[in-house]
Design a protein around this ligand. Structure first.
Ligand code: ADE
Length: 231
């Protein structure tokens, strides 16, 4: 077992990097891959950079160069469901693109043609273990399971948010998860997306996001560390 752990931003991988035994650092595609050990497990921790292309490239490198057997994406997200509060954690049931639209030719909303999936399903066992890990490390944090909707946009308006909810019924919006999911799916590697809510993806997002980003990212990293030990 070798687990690739991807965060888009430094704040999302900082805690993991400082709590791992680093054996080597490999630079590729402007990314630094930290290979080493967390909780007795072989891991590669990497900051992919923001948005879908970076995320997809990152997974392919993890598969090709590091032979990872599992992929975890950790980070923050905007909520799409009014029952979620800032600080709650979302575990992906599946992930889809909210900014892909080839419906004019009969494809489903979000569908990339000729792939065979619209919503990329996350690994159930990883999700169950993540749920148990949160109960252990942070029993007070709300945990929800649902769809992660990804696109190359920071969602900060009610209209855009409502459209995503109407089209995809998601639980949170972010900018990498579905690309990580697609790349994992294409390579037959199980994945899980773990996101802490940093904002409500509406008109309040630009105020809330900077305030809650660091804490949300840190909580997520603590959960990922526990999950790695459990896998
Ligand atoms: N990451 C955190 N909050 C987000 C939002 N509102 N939209 C996209 N990505 C996010």
């Amino acid at each position: 077992m070798k687990i690739g752990i991807i965060g888009a931003m430094e704040v999302e991988v900082q805690a993991l990097k400082s709590n791992m035994t680093v054996n080597r650092i490999v630079k590729k595609a402007s990314m630094e891959f930290y290979e080493g050990i967390i909780g007795g497990k072989d891991v590669v921790v990497v900051r992919s950079g923001i948005a879908k292309v970076n995320a997809g490239i990152c997974v392919q490198i993890l598969v090709d160069l590091f032979d990872v057997t599992h992929v975890i994406n950790t980070g923050v997200a905007g909520s799409l469901d009014s029952k979620l509060n800032i600080g709650d954690i979302v575990l992906s049931v599946d992930a889809c693109y909210h900014d892909v639209d080839i419906t004019i030719f009969g494809y489903a909303k979000g569908e990339v043609p000729q792939i065979g999936a619209v919503n990329f399903e996350a690994d159930k066992e990883m999700r169950e273990k993540a749920k148990a890990s949160i109960k252990k490390v942070a029993p007070d944090i709300g945990v929800y399971e649902g769809r992660v909707c990804s696109g190359d946009q920071f969602i900060s308006s009610k209209e855009v948010k409502d459209d995503i909810i109407k089209n995809h019924g998601g639980m949170c919006a972010e900018m990498e998860g579905a690309a990580i999911a697609q790349a994992s799916y294409l390579n037959n590697v199980p994945f899980l997306i773990i996101r802490a809510i940093s904002d409500k993806a509406d008109g309040s997002a630009e105020v809330d996001y900077p305030t809650f980003e660091a804490k949300a990212a840190k909580d997520c990293a603590a959960l990922v560390m526990e999950l790695i030990a459990e896998l």
